[in-house]
Write a protein that binds this ligand. Structure first.
Ligand SMILES: Cc1cc2nc3c(=O)[nH]c(=O)nc-3n(C[C@H](O)[C@H](O)[C@H](O)COP(=O)(O)OP(=O)(O)OC[C@H]3O[C@@H](n4cnc5c(N)ncnc54)[C@H](O)[C@@H]3O)c2cc1C
Length: 358
């Protein structure tokens, strides 16, 4: 019997596994780091540094050449660019990370602490009796008994959903993602957001002379069905197009769509399990807060399991619900105040926000 089974090898699962292993527990993690080609540009908010330190990842993080981000630029509700300087942020600057490398380093740290990592996708039936979970690994069907389970399976919340927990979906949205190679390292390391009738563009440099460019939009909005539409859509933007042109950037791989919706589980913990990261609740990428939340909730969720107390579990759940409510109000305000294209379907849909339970 192992103490803890962690489902998912993203930032939330790896953070939870590190904390549990540091406490001396036996931990098995089922999942793997993102593969090359599955990455998109991601920014870490300044508040992340403390969490990276807490997880013992700072030395490798510093060595790995993630790019500092000192400035956010945004043309959200007007054509003018607003500049937000992180130089004045007491927590310091943010980063544009090489996400694959970041996840690999987290799993390396977990392994070094004794976590057994199985690169598979967990499936099958899991049952809880005599205060432990029983199930099996898919390949070979090897049986596992675990005292407690951490669901860190991302938005699918694979384990929690199997326990019958519903998910509140606040926004259905997709991101059309393209990674471009630039002629040289970009001087402008800001993150840039720009609204267009179809949704909004985000762009940021990634280490290794690359520029990540994403359009956040509704699946099926006119003209966004075809993946090769990136260039045509880019041409309709202003600042994003200028940035791509300035870097003489060319497409490195075929653009692809990913789910970029937001929502949360109706219950974040149950008998013998907790959900962490996107499995518990996923924010709109506009917040650029998903990885911070994944690390924070991974650490907190693991501590709740170590405490093995219903009161700690309930306090964890309430804290996350409060954080989500505050985020959701702020997000609604952003999408609904002084929008530039009130008649465009993407923005009209967001003017009357309705949540759905699935
Ligand atoms: C387009 C886009 C841009 C974003 N930009 C930013 C940004 O700039 N900054 C930021 O902070 N956040 C950003 N986010 C959000 C951020 O990526 C997520 O919040 C973060 O990845 C959540 O981490 P996680 O570990 O909870 O989940 P994930 O990273 O989704 O990891 C979950 C893992 O579990 C695995 N898994 C699922 N089911 C199983 C199973 N049954 N068995 C085993 N493994 C399983 C999955 O394969 C995956 O590897 C963005 C998101 C999107 C979609």
């Amino acid at each position: 019997m192992i103490d803890y089974l962690v489902i998912g090898g993203g930032p939330a699962g790896a953070a939870a596994a590190i904390v549990l292993a540091e406490a001396g527990a036996s931990v098995q993690l089922v999942g793997r780091a993102r593969l090359p080609g599955q990455q998109f540009g991601e920014s870490l908010s300044p508040g992340c540094a403390g969490l990276i330190h807490q997880l013992g990842l700072w030395p490798s993080f510093e060595r790995d050449g993630h790019l500092p981000c000192y400035t956010h630029r945004s043309a959200w509700n007007s054509d003018e660019l607003a500049v937000h300087d992180l130089i004045r942020d007491p927590r310091g600057h943010g980063w544009h990370i090489d996400r694959n490398l970041f996840e690999r380093r987290m799993l390396e740290r977990a392994r070094a602490l004794g976590v057994s990592v199985t690169e598979q996708r967990l499936g099958g039936a899991w049952s809880f009796h005599d205060d432990h979970w029983c199930g099996s690994l898919p390949r070979g069907g090897q049986g596992i008994r675990a005292h407690r389970i951490v669901d860190a399976s991302g938005k699918t919340a694979w384990f929690a959903r199997r326990q019958g927990v519903a998910r509140v979906v606040d926004s259905r949205q997709v991101a059309l993602i393209a990674v471009l190679a630039t002629e040289c390292e970009l001087e402008d390391t800001s993150s840039l957001v720009e609204t267009v009738p179809e949704g909004w563009w985000y762009s940021a440099p990634i280490p290794g002379q690359r520029l990540a460019v994403s359009l956040f939009t509704d699946a099926g909005v006119d003209g966004v069905r075809e993946q090769d539409a990136v260039r045509r859509l880019l041409a309709r933007s202003r600042y994003t197009r200028e940035r791509v042109r300035a870097g003489q950037a060319r497409m490195l791989e075929k653009p692809r769509f990913v789910d970029a919706g937001s929502g949360r589980l109706k219950r974040i913990a149950g008998p013998g399990w907790v959900a962490v990261g996107d499995a518990a609740m996923s924010y709109d990428p506009l917040s650029a807060h998903g990885i911070t939340l994944a690390l924070r909730s991974g650490i907190d969720g693991a501590r709740v399991l170590l405490a093995d107390s219903p009161a700690a579990c309930s306090a964890y759940e309430q804290r996350l619900f409060r954080a989500y409510d505050a985020y959701h109000r702020e997000c609604q305000r952003f999408y609904q105040e002084k929008i530039r294209y009130p008649d465009a379907p993407y923005w009209a849909r967001r003017s009357s926000w309705t949540s759905r339970t699935v």
